[in-house]
Ligand binder design. Structure first.
Ligand code: HMG
Ligand code: MG
Length: 305
């Protein structure tokens, strides 16, 4: 049943991260044909923005060592669709541009410990690494997203001060990013904290129209945090089909907000998003079969029958 409520956006862009964030932590390498079929099914389910993979060294993320092959198998991107890829450095950008990629994401950290573990750099050094990546990507006509990880808590450093997060966010926006993605990498954030961070970003000149939210669901807070962000006017939400996901360099990271759980909530409010829930559930059940374990998504469990 649809029951609209005031204070939410009319339309939400689902930024699907299943093929990248969802799969990057899988221990056994998923065949590239299965990944391509996963993406095709997500497209058929109506998702317009799908993050495909990462152009990082295979020794850092073995699961995504087939980035070139995946893009080759998928072929050209249809007009009006977006298929971002992660690029940490100029080498990654070169690889992506050679494949005709038109949307890239750099990925920074609000904390020093995670910057070192995930990028082998300090926060400052990683921003220096991103500067030419963002500039060259923009010069090539590409769209650029800047992720910020550990925006709420960090497994090594504990709670992360809002001012520290806003500082890294501002630095990334100053580099020229088109959009920020606020990451709760280990899923510890709660709704009041989300409000406080969005207010602080707004006060720093980063409005909700420039922000996407990226909540992992480790403590079951991802959907509540997303709804809080939507009530602040955010209209880009990262989610992963079936709730797949995690970060290989952050032990306590589990899956992202499940796309199906998000779609259920949006449908209930009559918010436009363009995705077909039944097709998504079918895709996640199929993917769970490929991975050999059930989807953690409550909505997939409820509807899979
Ligand atoms: P490094 O070892 O310091 O790299 O890693 P380097 O620059 O010293 O290069 C080492 C070797 O790798 C060299 O080769 C380079 O050419 C090569 P060699 O000379 O030894 O033969 N190399 C590359 N090869 C292919 N593609 C490249 C590339 N770059 C260098 N792009 C580096 C530094 C940044 C590369 C590494 O730390 C890295 O790739 N880290 C990425 C880790 C990662 O992918 N983590 C998961 C994604 S982030 C995430 O999940 C969080 C997010 O979801 C948001 C949230 O939840 O918070 C986004
Ligand atoms: Mg993530």
């Amino acid at each position: 049943m649809t029951e609209p409520a005031p204070g939410f956006p009319d339309q939400v862009t689902i930024y699907e991260v299943g093929p990248r964030d969802g799969l990057q932590n899988e221990k056994s390498v998923v065949p590239v044909e299965v990944k391509a079929e996963f993406v095709r099914r997500l497209v058929a389910a109506g998702l317009g923005t799908i993050e495909l993979t990462s152009f990082v060294p295979a020794k850092w993320v073995p699961q995504l060592g087939d980035a070139e092959e995946l893009l080759e198998l998928l072929g050209p991107v249809a007009a009006g669709q977006q298929r971002p890829v992660l690029v940490p450095n100029e080498r990654g950008l070169d690889r992506a541009l050679e494949r005709g990629v038109k949307a890239v994401a750099v990925f920074g950290s609000a904390t020093e410990t995670f910057a070192r573990k995930n990028l082998n750099r300090t926060v400052e050094e990683s921003l220096e690494m991103f500067a030419p990546v963002v500039q060259r990507a923009l010069d090539s006509g590409a769209w650029v997203r800047g992720y910020v990880s550990m925006c709420f808590g960090d497994p090594w450093e504990g709670p992360v001060p809002v001012t520290q997060v806003v500082d890294v966010c501002s630095r990334l926006m100053d580099l020229g990013c088109d959009q920020l993605s606020i990451g709760d990498t280990i899923g510890v954030g709660t709704t009041g904290h989300v409000s406080r961070l969005l207010d602080a970003l707004d006060a720093a000149g980063i409005g909700v129209d420039q922000i996407g939210v990226h909540f992992h669901d480790t403590y079951g807070q991802a959907l509540a945090n997303t709804m809080t962000a939507l009530s602040h006017g955010v209209s880009v939400v990262d989610a992963s089909a079936g709730g797949l996901g995690g970060c290989p360099y952050a032990k306590s990271a589990t899956g992202n907000l499940a796309t199906e759980d998000l779609v259920w909530a949006l449908d209930g409010l009559g918010i436009d998003h363009g995705a077909d829930l039944d097709a998504l559930v079918e895709t996640s059940v199929w993917m769970a079969g490929q991975l050999g374990r059930p989807s953690p998504s409550r909505v997939v469990k409820a509807l899979a029958g």
